[in-house]
Design a protein around this ligand. Structure first.
Ligand code: AN7
Length: 353
């Protein structure tokens, strides 16, 4: 028999993760996500190859599960009975799922309003203790850091290095599937943990001879929440891409390192550019992602318009599912529904046949 599909990140990547015999081998089937070739945007951009890493295929619908499975396993190994995180939505959905799976408590701090409905629905379903902080994500993260100073609760934000270790496995998978690293990786940047994790993964892959090159890291922030691009924290970040509505990224320095060591860039894309890419991914590729995920493709299109997109083989990370944010889908697509009576004639007329 061949290996079962989706063994989970801990089993699949044990040799490159900080596991001990005492680490519980938990899994919800995260990782081993599809790498799908573009059918339309690759041509539009004149690229040799454009691939999408479908992180929306993880159990809670975002890349966060890769890091969360490691963070929760290590927290349990250290004796924790509870986890805490601040979140724009996906981290909290993932933390709540793994906590439920392991029979421990999850508490989450979310910024008031603006968390996409699907993400909150997940946290509710998984039974998390949900605290809506009257402030921004950055306020919530600052407070989470203060809470764990005095309480025996494991912080599972990406300031926790176990999260980065788990998330780096996506870079290993890309190198494995393509049998090398791509020339460039396009990725949305919020709290900047993921760009940090991918870069760590690609550097390790090159050192282990799984790859012959290091990809250029192309990070994209939303224009209304672009502290790294502007070189200063953003007091009141605003963007339709609520997942990356972050003004003071925790992994700011390591994101700049990833950019500079890889010869890459971190640039801003407007909400309009994000929404254009969001609609294009769905209508021309069949990929329904959340707005933050579309920032990677919006960024590639922006570079192309500026004549600054180098060719070759590029992977764009699609970080989360469009189902997370049904309101944005309804608000920013032309809804064209025709009513028909429940008769053959009525339906045929509506169909125009
Ligand atoms: C879909 O859930 O920060 O740069 O609290 O949900 O590693 O922060 C989410 C971030 C991109 C940015 N795409 O990744 C949270 C949170 C999606 C996201 C990002 C997030 P980082």
């Amino acid at each position: 028999m061949t290996e079962p599909h989706r063994r989970g990140v801990l089993a699949r990547w044990a040799e490159v993760l900080p596991l001990t015999p005492q680490t519980p081998r938990i899994t919800l089937g995260e990782g081993e996500t599809p790498l799908v070739r573009s059918v339309a945007i690759e041509r539009e951009l004149g690229l040799d190859e454009l691939w999408f890493k479908l992180e929306s295929s993880n159990p809670t619908g975002s890349f966060k599960d890769r890091g969360m499975v490691v963070a929760v396993a290590k927290a349990i190994e250290r004796g924790s009975k509870a986890v805490l995180c601040a979140s724009t939505g996906n981290t909290s959905a993932s933390a709540a799922a793994y906590a439920a799976h392991c029979g421990i408590e999850a508490s989450i701090l979310v910024p008031e309003g603006r968390v996409a409905a699907g993400k909150l629905a997940q946290a509710v379903a998984f039974g998390a203790r949900i605290v809506e902080v009257e402030g921004s994500f950055d306020d919530a993260l600052r407070l989470a850091l203060e809470v764990v100073e005095t309480q025996p609760i494991a912080l599972v934000n990406s300031v926790n290095p176990d999260r980065i270790e788990g998330q780096k496995t996506a870079a290993y998978e890309i190198c494995e599937t393509l049998t090398d690293a791509p020339d460039a990786l396009a990725i949305p940047v919020g709290n900047a943990g993921n760009i940090t994790a991918y870069w760590k993964g690609f550097v390790e892959c090159a050192a282990l001879d799984y790859a012959s090159l290091h990809p250029r890291m192309l990070g994209f922030q939303a224009a209304g929440a672009a502290p790294i691009v502007q070189g200063a924290p953003v007091e009141n970040p605003q963007t339709v891409a609520t997942a990356i509505r972050i003004g003071k990224p925790a992994s700011w320095k390591t994101a700049e390192q990833a950019r500079d060591e890889s010869g890459g860039l971190i640039e801003a894309v407007t909400d309009e550019e994000i929404l254009d890419a969001y609609r294009l991914l769905a209508s021309k590729e069949g990929l329904f992602v959340e707005p933050a995920s579309a920032a990677s493709v919006a960024g590639l299109r922006k570079l192309n318009r500026a004549g600054a997109l180098q060719g070759g083989r590029i992977v764009a990370v699609l970080t989360g599912s469009g189902l997370k944010d049904p309101e944005t889908a309804k608000e920013h697509n032309a809804i064209d529904v025709v009513r028909a009576p429940a008769t053959l004639e009525g339906v045929q007329r509506a169909l125009g046949v």
